[in-house]
Design a binder for this molecule. Structure first.
Ligand SMILES: [Zn+2]
Length: 66
């Protein structure tokens, strides 16, 4: 009873805590998309606060987009 509930709580907290975006993908020159650190999909907007797919909160301050 305790193990499973605490694991899901950790999971919930992990999604609420912002994860730094460290990886980007470029499909064409001058067009760079950040990758969600949780599920790995490219984010459509460069500075959105949450992932569209998994709902991961994103920390974009300090991320470098070249
Ligand atoms: Zn995601």
């Amino acid at each position: 009873m305790s193990g499973r509930s605490s694991a899901s709580l950790e999971e919930a907290l992990r999604f609420r805590r912002a994860m730094a975006v460290t990886e980007t993908v470029s499909y064409q020159p001058g067009s760079v998309f950040p990758l969600c650190p949780q599920c790995g999909i490219p984010l459509e907007r460069e500075y959105q606060g949450f992932c569209d797919r998994c709902g991961q909160k994103l920390e974009l301050e300090g991320a470098v987009f070249k």
